[in-house]
Design a protein around this ligand. Structure first.
Ligand code: MSP
Length: 522
């Protein structure tokens, strides 16, 4: 059995409807998955899902006068609907409230309890309900100093969460701890031996510093009396499992992993090839998660990649500002592919950036409408008009130099895709589109046809071949546009886009007709 290329997204909290931030990670995973599956023709597996336990969700359900389960069903469904709308093709969608997940999480807990990696103790410290994060007094040193020596632990002067700024809750309770400290050295060794693990490279130092400064054991349960909406600790009804400990395991429980015996599919997939996360949850994925895997004796994922964050019109997206961008609003006006394109062209994956409608509209009209859309219209128009839609079957090599030169760019584009440098890949594709536009403008085939029909015929063949190659490259980003282009450029119905080699070695099969604009002006 050969190993399948396994890609994951974080599983999203269901305390709010999905917005472009969530869509960003899931689309990145879809683009990467399509690239490996459709272009490199690898067997792939793509997992996403929803993270449904914890106080935050319970409170939200209460506000909506629903049971947590009914509430979870509804919001989880809206995530799935959005993915469908955005042409995201995942292989599995896991919900942490599913029995297949819950029973396996309990089995993991039991195993680690037996091995001594989980032990009982008393916890005292702060907790952020919004981020589901424990904070020690040392983590909050500055904040506590600001508030005064004896930090007030109750309202109205509670310290704030260093990440989200919301007031923290003081927690003092008996519970279970995971021996995170025992894995410090092994984690550091792993980072050193596998530089591809912490990606992008510019985020590695933050993780290294954090681990080198000393890892503390992690509280992995909450008192069931306070947090009832969670997976129960096996054999101890007084405690529920910490929502992050529960959630991180989704990446293996979805594949059927259990210390009591795993499904075959687990062997086919694990370890993950790329685990995508936003930068704010990098520590969970680059420190706690691999330590849990080490404790379970499982191999670590090849890459954990933390991308950057979108602000909107210069501001952080937040409930209080009410400035969450609903992807439906964008797709209604510009279409699904324009959103998919914009998110990955505008900001280099791994960096932060700003989402603005003005910038989206500009790129839509210039790069999609003018550069690509007009080129396809002009070329198909000329084939229709001058050649009655019929192109020569197969020219000689020297009659297809342009498409040969375009095809030579494949390697650099694939390399960029393999490094998740999506904007770089798109930049290279658009440089090729620019080259084609320049060629058409320089050659002016519409003027030459009367005097040099043979030359124009092969030039048009060369342009159509080049555009077919481009259609293949853009499929991961814009599947609908790629399918339309293939149709308009006379490619017979195929299950996946043609690679450059296939375009160059294949024949022109179908008649070409003038095509309507791919991206009507906005
Ligand atoms: N449930 C946890 C993850 C558990 S994974 C085992 C969680 N969920 S979340 O709903 O808050 O989703 C966070 C993820 O959404 C981020 O890591 C990122 O992938 C994406 N984004 C949310 N807002 C974002 C932006 N403003 N910009 C870019 N991505 C963002 O954390």
């Amino acid at each position: 059995m050969s190993k399948r290329f396994y890609i994951t997204t974080p599983i999203y909290y269901i305390n709010a409807e999905p917005h472009i931030g969530h869509a960003y990670t899931t689309l990145a995973a879809d683009i990467l998955n399509r690239f490996y599956r459709d272009i490199l023709r690898r067997e792939t597996y793509f997992l996403t899902g929803t993270d449904e336990h914890g106080t935050k969700i319970e409170e939200r359900a209460k506000l909506q006068h629903q049971s947590p389960k009914d509430y979870a069903d509804a919001v989880s469904q809206s995530f799935r609907e959005l993915w469908k709308h955005l042409d995201v093709r995942y292989d599995d969608f896991i919900r942490t409230t599913e029995p297949r997940h819950e029973s396996r999480v309990q089995a993991v807990f039991e195993k680690l309890l037996h091995s001594g990696d989980i032990f009982k103790d008393r916890y005292s410290g702060y907790y952020c309900v919004s981020d589901e994060t424990f904070w020690t007094k040392t983590d909050l040193k500055n904040e506590l100093e600001r508030l005064g020596k004896e930090a007030p632990e109750k309202e109205p002067h509670r310290p704030r969460c260093p990440t989200c700024g919301k007031p923290l809750t003081w927690v003092e309770e008996d519970g279970y701890f995971f021996k995170l400290s025992a894995y410090q050295d092994r984690l550091l060794q792993h980072y050193k031996a596998h530089p591809e693990f912490l990606q992008p490279a510019h985020r590695a130092p933050e993780i290294l510093r954090f681990v080198e400064s000393g890892l503390k054991d992690l509280s992995v349960t909450r008192a069931a009396a306070k947090v009832p909406w969670g997976i129960q600790v096996p054999g101890d009804a007084d405690h529920t499992i910490y929502v992050w400990f529960d959630a991180l395991l989704n990446y293996v429980t979805a594949l059927g992993y259990s210390p009591k015996g795993s499904d075959e599919v687990f062997e086919e997939m694990w370890p993950a090839d790329v685990q995508l996360v936003g930068k704010e949850i990098y520590r969970f994925h680059a420190v706690i998660w691999p330590a849990m895997l080490l404790a379970l004796g499982l191999p670590l994922p090849r890459t954990v990649y933390a991308h950057g964050w979108w602000t909107v019109e210069g501001e952080k997206m937040s409930k209080s500002k009410g400035n969450f961008v609903d992807p439906h609003v964008i797709t209604r006006e510009f279409g699904v592919d324009a959103l998919r394109y914009f998110l990955f062209r505008e900001m280099p994956f791994g960096n932060d950036g700003d989402f603005s409608i003005a910038s989206l509209k500009k790129r839509y009209n210039s790069e999609l409408g003018n550069d690509l859309g007009n080129l396809v219209s002009r070329v198909t128009d000329m084939v229709d008009k001058f050649l009655k839609g019929e192109l020569p079957k197969k020219p000689r090599m020297e009659q297809a130099m342009l498409s040969k030169a375009i095809a030579d760019e494949s390697r650099a584009i694939y390399e960029a895709m393999e490094c998740l440098a999506f904007s770089d890949a798109l930049g290279r594709i658009w440089a090729c589109i620019g080259r084609l536009n320049k060629h058409v403008n320089d050659e002016q085939p519409w003027k030459k046809f009367a005097t040099e029909p043979e030359k124009v015929k092969f030039l048009l063949f060369d342009l159509v071949s080049s555009l077919r190659i481009i259609a293949g490259w853009i499929e991961p980003f814009m599947p609908q546009t790629a399918a339309k282009m293939q149709m308009e450029l006379g490619v017979r119905r195929i299950s996946h886009p043609l690679t450059a080699d296939e375009v160059l070695s294949g024949e022109m099969q179908r008649k070409i007709q003038k095509a309507p604009p791919l991206f009507p002006r906005k």
